[in-house]
Design a protein around this ligand. Structure first.
Ligand SMILES: [Zn+2]
Length: 429
């Protein structure tokens, strides 16, 4: 048993507790958690200690585009062409190197579990590799090496538009032909201690209307994620082809249920918001602003009952503090009101491991997985902040320590096994 004495630790509510004694057992779970404990020689942890963050929406290879798409103007769709050019260049070995570095960057930011929305399956000609899951296995192994958990949201991707046009060019790497082809391949992926297999439906652009209901049937009981209404064009095309919004189409097919996460949910009608009430909604504020998607109705969704989660998606930045602040600050810009979300709500969204199928993580409480992230309160950014207020000022650079499943992954601001910056530079070059 290891014992940590946290200067401040967030145990729930809207304020951290002071002087918290935290036991971690040999199985990587929390034992007793005692606020107001006198110092007793336990390992002292200065700063603010939070539950580990969950990055609920990631496409690891998009990291290679960071800082390379800002010089020309252009739209989401021109950005997507660049993203396809990166996708065209990756093979299992090179994807493993890139993902290992990206997941190490996540660990450094305090992320202890990633939901990888994975659709880059096949070789550049669209043929399966000798192991048809070589790319997915590369991601699962990379997360293990980086010391974090992964939920493999293996993605059904069959068409290039709502008109069911066939996949073209790089998109051929994404497709499995039909639902049976996808199911057969994914069945060979197995859970392991740090990895859980879930599923994703790319979007109503990439899966025909008649396939959504059988997909919902086959994925019952799994965490299922789906991109919904990120761009107005998706809504317009779906309305033109099917006479209903993407949310209405998914609802009719039975996919909007507990265990499902709708990603983005930016352009919604009032009816859509009501239909999403049983579904988690994952916002990706830094990507949504980078891609000029718009501001989703986060407060209205939460009021309707949707649990919220957060993702770094395209990895324009990887910083959970930026995401959780973005949730609140985008709401402020849109509503011209402050205090739209309480600090505890922001932190709950940033630590929503349940949406990735890990219901036993995301809180500092007896029996839960021992994931911790500690933030300095003495950096130039956080010095003088009230402990709770550090959520509005800290960045990933202020993370001093990360523990995942009881193991140290980041110590003194450094990853214990990976030089993430050097590996990112090499992998992207
Ligand atoms: Zn995405």
């Amino acid at each position: 048993v290891r014992v940590i004495h946290a200067e401040y630790a967030w145990l729930g509510g809207d304020e951290p507790a002071a002087d918290v004694r935290i036991e971690i057992d040999d199985a990587g779970r929390f034992g007793a958690v005692t606020p107001g404990a006198p110092p007793d020689g336990a390992q002292r942890r200065p700063g603010l200690t939070l539950p580990g963050f969950a990055n609920a929406h990631s496409h690891a290879f998009h990291r290679a585009l960071r800082g390379r798409t800002h010089t020309d103007r252009g739209t989401f769709w021109t950005w997507r062409d660049r993203m396809y050019a990166v996708a065209a260049a990756l093979e299992p070995d090179s994807y493993h190197r890139l993902a290992r570095a990206v997941f190490a960057e996540m660990a450094l930011a305090g992320i202890t579990c990633v939901g990888e929305f994975h659709y880059l399956h096949h070789d550049p000609a669209g043929r399966p590799y000798a192991d048809p899951n070589a790319m997915g296995e590369a991601l699962i192994d990379a997360a293990g090496q980086a010391g974090i958990r992964i939920t493999m949201l293996d993605t059904l991707y069959l068409t290039s538009g709502v008109d069911s046009a066939p996949l073209r060019g790089t998109q051929r790497r994404f497709g499995d032909g039909d639902l049976d082809g996808w199911s057969g391949r994914v069945a060979a992926l197995k859970d392991r201690p740090h990895a859980r297999i879930g599923a994703a439906l790319h979007s109503v652009r990439a899966v025909g209307r008649d396939v959504v209901a059988p997909f919902a049937e086959r994925t019952r009981g799994l965490p299922v994620h789906v991109h919904v209404s990120e761009q107005r064009a998706e809504n317009e095309q779906c309305l033109a082809a099917h006479g209903r919004t993407p949310t209405e189409l998914l609802d009719e097919a039975g996919l909007l249920r507990p265990g499902t996460t709708a990603v983005h949910a930016t352009h919604l009608t009032g009816g859509d918001i009501a239909k999403l009430a049983a579904t988690t909604v994952c916002l990706c504020p830094t990507t949504e602003r980078d891609l000029a998607d718009g501001i989703g109705p986060a407060r209205a969704l939460a009021d309707a009952g949707s649990p919220l989660s957060l993702g770094s998606d395209s990895h324009a930045v990887i910083d959970p503090f930026e995401e959780l602040r973005g949730l609140e600050l985008h709401e402020r810009l849109a509503s011209q009101q402050r205090g739209r979300f309480a600090p505890g709500e922001l932190l709950r969204a940033a630590t929503n491991h349940g949406s990735l199928g890990w219901d036993d993580a995301g809180r500092i409480a007896p029996g839960a997985r021992a994931d911790l992230v500690t933030v300095r309160l003495d950096s130039v950014r956080t010095a003088g902040c009230a402990p709770a207020g550090a959520l509005y000022a800290a960045t990933a650079a202020d993370v001093s320590g990360v523990v995942a499943d009881g193991r140290d992954v980041v110590v003194d601001g450094r990853h214990t096994g990976i030089d993430a910056a050097a590996e990112l530079r090499a992998a992207i070059a």
